[in-house]
Design a protein around this ligand. Structure first.
Ligand code: NAD
Ligand code: ZN
Length: 341
């Protein structure tokens, strides 16, 4: 089969001919139809410090996918050949305290496809049947291919009650925009999204009913007054990984505000912790998706009017992956989807 591989420990990805994966008794084989390019894939392409310390070579990369089941392990009884599906790319163990308590997303032994294990940028991917998420007919393969990052957005956004709340999303990358769309769908009052990149803010307003703020040009305090908020935001969703954004968020929160952080700041962060203490702010770190409650909620919301299709700005045949990565790296894209059919 054709696959995109991190063959060499340096910048780039290589298209290779690889054997179709052999499946175990509890696995399925999935014919991949569409894949999303993630920021993580860009880190792996660039071979930054994190990637060099984390990703073994050679490794087929990619973890955002939709496809169809073409082979079932002998123990797999509740899935069928031909089933359209996406799947949770975090492979979890069953022996940790967290897993045994049913908190699979907190398992310390988690391994990721396309990061630690063979991934989905290929014509076929092997996945434990446990990880498969069947797709209802009304969810397209394109949307199926971006459920992994939508799941990050949903997990983060639904961390706190949003109904009637004023929500600040910092970072209008693909995941921030999706989180803003989820907050709007879930019944927030005002949803404000910040970035320093005008292309990203313009995309955000095309995908969701949000107030865009370019924090390179405007202060958040102006917006708080303009929108008639009492003191500041009730809920903050940090989606940029940028230190300045977290500081701006803390300043813009109301007393007793709640912050969920998905963005990954580089290194240790010099935050003014006294502001967090005196404002009695709750901060929650978010990793991955809740397995499988996030998947359940996300699919239900997509069936009930949540529309993030406008976020897919580029589509390429898999053979044109270099153009796909260039679009991702341009900073002007939303999600980029590769077609493996
Ligand atoms: P992205 O890099 O595409 O988007 C981040 C955005 O933040 C960019 O548009 C950038 O211009 C913007 N930004 C930079 N400085 C800013 C500032 N001062 N204020 C507001 N915005 C600013 O990232 P993404 O793919 O949308 O992912 C969002 C974040 O979530 C990243 O940090 C990523 O590493 C992280 N992530 C975490 C998990 C997890 O499990 N915790 C999973 C996936 C992604
Ligand atoms: Zn991803």
């Amino acid at each position: 089969m054709i696959a995109l591989e991190k063959t060499h420990a340096r910048e780039g990805l290589w298209q290779v001919e690889a054997p179709v994966p052999e499946i175990g008794p509890d696995d399925v084989l999935i014919r991949v139809k569409k894949t999303g390019i993630c920021g993580t894939d860009v880190h792996i392409w660039n071979w930054d410090e994190w990637a060099a310390n984390t990703v073994p070579t050679p490794l087929i990369t990619g973890h955002e996918f939709a496809g169809e089941i073409v082979e079932l392990g002998r123990n797999v009884k509740d899935l069928a050949l031909g089933q359209r599906c996406s799947g949770e790319g975090h492979l979890i163990g069953t022996t940790s305290r967290q897993s045994r308590a049913g908190k699979f997303h907190l398992d310390p032994a988690t391994r990721g496809i396309g990061v630690n294990e063979q991934g989905a940028f290929a014509e076929y991917v092997r996945l434990p049947a446990f990880n498969v998420v069947p797709l209802p007919d009304e969810i397209s393969d394109d949307i199926g291919a971006i459920l992994d990052p939508l799941g990050n957005a949903v997990h983060t956004a639904l961390s706190f009650d949003l109904i009637g709340e004023d929500v600040l999303v910092t970072g209008a990358g693909p995941i921030g925009i999706m989180a803003a769309a989820v907050a709007r769908h879930a019944g927030a009052r005002h949803v404000v999204i910040t970035d320093v990149n005008p292309d990203r803010l313009a995309l955000a307003t095309r995908v969701a009913d949000v107030v865009p703020v370019n924090v390179a040009e405007r202060e958040l305090s102006e917006i708080i007054g303009q929108l008639g908020m009492l003191q500041g935001f009730d809920v903050g969703l940090e989606m940029s990984g940028n230190q300045a954004a977290l500081d701006q968020m803390v300043e813009a929160m109301t007393m007793g505000g709640r912050i969920a952080m998905l963005g990954i700041p580089p290194g240790k962060s010099p935050v003014d912790w006294s502001r967090i203490v005196f404002k009695a702010i709750t901060i929650k770190g978010v990793y991955g998706r809740e397995i499988f409650e996030t998947w359940y909620k996300m699919i239900a919301m997509l069936q009930n009017g949540l529309d993030v299709s406008g976020l897919i700005t580029h589509r390429f045949p898999a053979a044109e992956f270099e153009a796909g990565f260039a679009a991702m790296m341009s900073g002007a894209s939303g999600k980029v989807v590769l077609d493996w059919t």
